[in-house]
Write a protein that binds this ligand. Structure first.
Ligand SMILES: O=P(O)(O)OC[C@@H](O)[C@@H](O)c1c[nH]c2ccccc12
Length: 262
């Protein structure tokens, strides 16, 4: 079993347990469930395009930064001028939680993406109840039918969908899905290999109706200038900011530099 298979197997158990503990009706009675979402895709089109991520650790890098407060990180990112914030909510492999999402929501107004391994509509409803504006769907672990069903659920709840692909086959089965954004992951989640070229190779295969997002391994503004030439408008950056003592300041410096070169 590769790491992705392990994560998904664990996720099935986790979701079954949660479903038995907290009914959907309870999630739907959350105050945040009524809150109108802000479009992440729209914000990317009109802003810096940076989606800054809160990520404490990952299977590929182990610990990135355990010592920060998610509210400070989120507020710092917002002040820096990012277009949205991605909050990892997986606990076992990424050290995140739904509480992280809630605390981030409490401290910013810009769109928040729930970064999670989605396998069940229950998690989409949960995302909304905890204040997310957008969800991630990973084509590598979902069938076309599941992708459609999960995306439709998100759209019915007013959330945006970022659909992550890593190769042409995954892109092919994603084309009919009602996603707002297609994200090309530069990291292969099965092997952890990272290559920005992955975004470049798939760029012209992504129809223009989707906002193009490049994800992972982005560590300098030159890479972004390069990717913009391939039609990318969104850039998901985690570790490069999170490995510093002050991710908000790192993002601010990055965005200031970006504005000066593009
Ligand atoms: O820290 P990086 O290399 O900047 O990557 C951020 C983000 O793209 C990465 O965390 C990610 C992309 N897709 C995912 C799916 C699940 C978990 C995490 C991810």
């Amino acid at each position: 079993m590769n790491i992705l298979d392990k994560i998904i197997a664990d996720k099935h158990k986790e979701v079954e347990l949660k479903k038995s503990l907290i009914p959907v009706s309870q999630l739907e009675s959350s105050v945040l469930f009524e809150k109108k979402c802000t479009s992440l895709a729209e914000n990317i089109r009109n802003g810096s395009g940076i989606i800054a991520e809160h990520k404490r650790r990952s299977p590929s890098k182990s610990v990135i930064n355990q010592g920060l407060n998610v509210q400070d990180v989120a507020a710092g990112y917002e002040m820096a001028g990012v277009s949205g914030i991605s909050v990892l909510t997986d606990g076992k492999y990424f050290g995140g939680s739904l509480e992280d999402l809630l605390f981030a929501r409490a401290s910013v107004n810009i769109p928040i993406l729930r970064k999670e391994f989605m396998i069940d509509p229950y998690q989409v409803i949960e995302a909304k109840a905890y204040g997310a504006d957008a969800i991630l769907l990973i084509a590598a672990v979902l069938s076309e039918k599941q992708l459609n069903y999960l995306a439709d659920t998100a759209k019915e709840l007013g959330m945006d969908v970022l659909l992550e692909v890593h190769n042409q086959d995954e892109l092919q089965k994603s084309l009919e899905v009602k996603a707002d954004m297609i994200g090309v992951n530069n990291r292969n989640l099965k092997t952890f290999e990272v290559s920005i070229d992955n975004s470049k190779i798939l760029a012209d295969k992504i129809p223009d109706r989707f906002v193009k997002v490049s994800e992972s391994g982005i560590s300098n503004t030159a890479a972004i200038a390069d990717l913009k030439g391939y039609g990318y408008q969104g850039f998901l950056v985690g570790e490069n900011f999170m490995k510093t003592d002050d991710p908000g300041s790192a993002a601010k410096k990055f965005i200031t530099e970006l504005k000066s070169i593009v």
